[in-house]
Ligand binder design. Structure first.
Ligand SMILES: C[S@@+](CC[C@H](N)C(=O)[O-])C[C@H]1O[C@@H](n2cnc3c(N)ncnc32)[C@H](O)[C@@H]1O
Length: 359
């Protein structure tokens, strides 16, 4: 479904937005707007103060970086981040798909003496009205709420307003949380994470976000899972456009394989040829696996040496998705599994191995 078609579904839900902290439930912005100035400010401030428990670390980390910078926030909700960073010297513009959310920000910012821009997203074309050259895009839990292809369209419209070298900073829900909650359909996961009526919720990790932002090339800066894997923080830097268009997957494993490693640390357990001639030297291998116990290590090997970093994967419930990237891919490249535990053998099943060009 296109962004413009999905937007009306999103707008039906998102007049109800989160409080400052994830311990405080959700609020209808239209109900907040109905309050008099003093009550609105007092209630907003109480929610923001409670939000320090969740948001404090990113407020402290990013305030010096964003001081004096032009930041475009996508999906600003009740404006807790906007107000904090604008108060610390950032030049902030809030975008949202619901006008009453922006209305709360307008009134609270006015009472606080903060100059915060506001922009209503009522279609993909509405992004055209924004100025160019922002130093950073800030999207805290907003671009995970719609199907991947629609989010790709929206990101392409947003990225036109980010300057070369600018930052993309996003809060998302990680795949690990989705697996823990039963790997539901994204249509169903929304209600489980953000309450009844939430039409969609999709997990992200750094690789999937970089694919969503392609053909813009984004260099990873930070991928940080926190709060018991309830959240993942993603921070990237713009590095140009193009050259990463072919993301088609090529299968490299005919059927699932069960592996038990030897008991000793670093002992070799299994390897499998994955070399193909038509892909070039920069390759990412996507592996889905289930680790039953121990800690297997997975890496790409060629001519007797590693040509990727080794992923040491701890046992946990459900499937895990591992990415191994090499810049030295060739016909002899093999996927290697060895034991990365000193506590005895490790057991895993590798369900799929797919190759694609690296981002
Ligand atoms: C989970 S709330 C987060 C609000 C705020 N960023 C915060 O940290 O409290 C999601 C916000 O994103 C907005 N939103 C939802 N889907 C969006 C989209 N596709 N584009 C822009 N904003 C969106 C909602 O209206 C809501 O304000």
């Amino acid at each position: 479904m296109s962004f413009d078609n999905f937007l009306s579904l999103l707008r039906q839900k998102w007049g109800e937005v989160p409080a400052g902290s994830d311990m405080d439930g959700r609020y209808f912005s239209a109900q907040l707007l109905a309050k008099d100035d003093a009550t609105l400010l007092a209630e907003w401030q109480a929610l923001s103060d409670r939000g320090k428990e969740l948001r404090g670390w990113w407020w402290r980390l990013y305030a010096p970086l964003l001081e004096g910078r032009r930041v475009l926030e996508i999906g600003s909700g009740l404006g807790f981040d906007a107000m904090h960073f604008a108060g610390a010297g950032a030049r902030w513009t809030c975008c949202d798909i619901v006008d009453t959310n922006l209305g709360v920000i307008g009134r609270v910012a006015g009472m606080k003496g903060l100059d915060i821009g506001r922009h209503l997203i009522d279609s993909l074309a509405s992004f055209d009205a924004l100025p160019d050259g922002f130093d950073a895009i800030w999207c805290n839990g907003s671009l995970i709420n719609l199907p991947y292809e629609a989010a790709r369209e929206e990101c392409a419209a947003i990225l036109r307003h980010l300057r070369p070298g600018g930052r993309w900073i996003e809060l998302a829900y990680p795949r690990e949380r989705w697996v823990r909650e039963g790997s539901p359909r994204f249509e169903d996961w929304g209600a489980m994470t953000d309450g009844p009526g939430t039409p969609w919720m999709e997990w992200y990790d750094m690789e999937k976000l970089r694919q969503r932002l392609a053909p813009h090339r984004m260099l990873p800066i930070l991928e940080y899972r926190f709060s018991s894997d309830n959240y993942v923080w993603l921070d990237l830097q713009h590095d140009g456009v193009g050259g990463i268009d072919d993301q088609a997957l090529r299968p490299a494993l005919a059927s699932p394989v069960a592996i038990e490693t030897p008991p000793l640390l670093w002992n070799h357990a299994w390897d499998h040829p994955i070399g193909r001639g038509d892909l070039g030297a920069r390759i990412t291998v996507e592996i889905t696996c289930v680790v039953r116990n121990g800690t297997p290590g997975l890496a790409l090997m060629q001519d007797g040496r590693f040509v990727s970093r080794e992923a040491a994967i701890e046992a946990r419930s459900g499937t895990q998705l591992i990415h191994l990237t090499t810049t030295e891919f060739g016909p002899e490249t093999r996927l290697v599994v060895r034991n990365a535990s000193a506590l005895g053998p490790s057991r895993l099943e590798i369900l799929s191995v797919n190759l694609r060009r690296a981002l």
